[in-house]
Design a protein around this ligand. Structure first.
Ligand code: FO1
Length: 335
């Protein structure tokens, strides 16, 4: 039984690989909801949808979000009226948000609606939002932002995560991140149990600061993972100092961390005994060991589903190696 702490694209690709090597009925994904946003009155859950659509084989492969074979008629109408058009909701994708919003309005929890959506795609794994309660990731701009037309903002302004990520193309430096609502939130039913009862807990290759951190910010989650540290494996989203997708590398630097696998190790060392890193980071193995984690070298770029499957297999195998050795030698897999 495997539990995966997940953000969006990187986690979704990892989970797709995991589903190829483990019975999907034995997998639980605990997914970030800090990216959730209400637009046009609709509740949008980008990371939950990215995970679901990817595992269903329905994701748009180029964008990495939203559905394949999408059309944009509704957005064109919104644009005609001068409505909010910077966040692109495809016509098919809109159906998901309509359904979710309607069900939430009826009093269903986000976890219940998510289970309904996941079931409708014939997926056997369990997908849980980290919390049923609203959590909003907000970032503070380090500098004045006068780049974005009609929307200049002074330095120190705090904005919603999607206004940073999508509206400003995550191109502006940030000086702080916080997860509004997290401290009063509760883990969704099953979240703590999934961490406590799993043979292995995997921290997916997602942005540590804005995808994994909001999950850890739900009271009880971080503590539950720390208690399982020996059986927790983190997969570095940073390869040779860069993030394959998104602003994780820049954000690490901007927020005072090192944009490297060592920076990742320092963020995860209390949570996970093992860190999966790419062969490109072999030179950092001793440094990772020095931070108190066991490094495992692997081909970590999930360029194909087969690559994702071998990364997933190496990751769950790494969790079940014998007692940690004290030797600073990395485990080397599938070179
Ligand atoms: N990302 C973009 O860069 N531009 C968009 O217009 C956009 C729309 C969108 C709609 C639904 C959805 O589920 C995701 C969407 N994303 C979009 C992706 C998403 O906002 C981010 O990739 C994640 O929040 C970061 O994990």
């Amino acid at each position: 039984v495997i539990t995966v702490i997940a953000g969006g694209v990187g986690a979704a690709r990892f989970l797709r690989g995991l589903m190829a090597v483990v019975d999907p009925g034995d997998i639980t994904a605990i997914v970030n909801v800090g990216d959730d946003v209400v637009l046009h009155g609709l509740h949008v859950s980008p990371d939950l949808d990215t995970v679901t659509y990817t595992l269903a084989g329905a994701i748009d492969p180029e964008r990495g979000w939203g559905l394949a074979e999408e059309s944009w008629q509704a957005m064109a109408m919104v644009r005609r009226y001068g409505g909010i058009d910077w966040f692109n909701l495809g016509d098919r994708d809109l159906g998901t948000h309509l359904y979710r919003t309607h069900r939430l309005g009826q009093g269903a929890t986000l976890a219940e609606v998510t289970a309904e959506i996941v079931r409708s795609w014939d997926l056997a794994l369990r997908v849980l939002p980290a919390s049923n309660d609203p959590i909003e990731t907000r970032v503070t701009l380090r500098d004045a932002d006068d780049i974005s037309q009609n929307d200049a903002l002074p330095a120190g302004t705090e904005i919603n995560f999607q206004e940073y990520f999508v509206k400003r193309h995550h191109a502006v430096p940030v000086s702080a991140v916080r997860f509004v609502g997290a401290e009063h939130s509760f883990p969704a039913p099953g979240v703590l149990e999934a961490i406590e009862s799993a043979d292995t807990v995997v921290i997916a290759p997602s942005n540590p600061l804005v995808s994994i951190a909001p999950v850890l910010a739900v009271p009880g989650v971080r503590e539950a993972i720390v208690a399982r540290r020996r059986n927790v494996v983190a997969v570095s989203p940073i390869i040779a100092g860069t993030a394959l997708k998104g602003p994780a590398d820049r954000m690490l630097t901007e927020l005072g961390h090192e944009a490297s696998v060592l920076g990742v190790a320092r963020l995860y060392r209390e949570l996970a005994a093992t860190l999966m890193v790419d062969h490109a980071d072999a030179a950092n193995a001793a440094g990772i060991h020095h931070e108190g984690m066991h490094p495992v070298l692997v081909r970590s770029i999930m360029s194909t589903p087969q690559r994702a499957a071998s990364l997933a297999l190496a990751t769950i195998s790494a969790a079940h190696r014998p007692e940690p050795t004290s030797a600073p030698h990395p485990t080397v897999t599938d070179r």
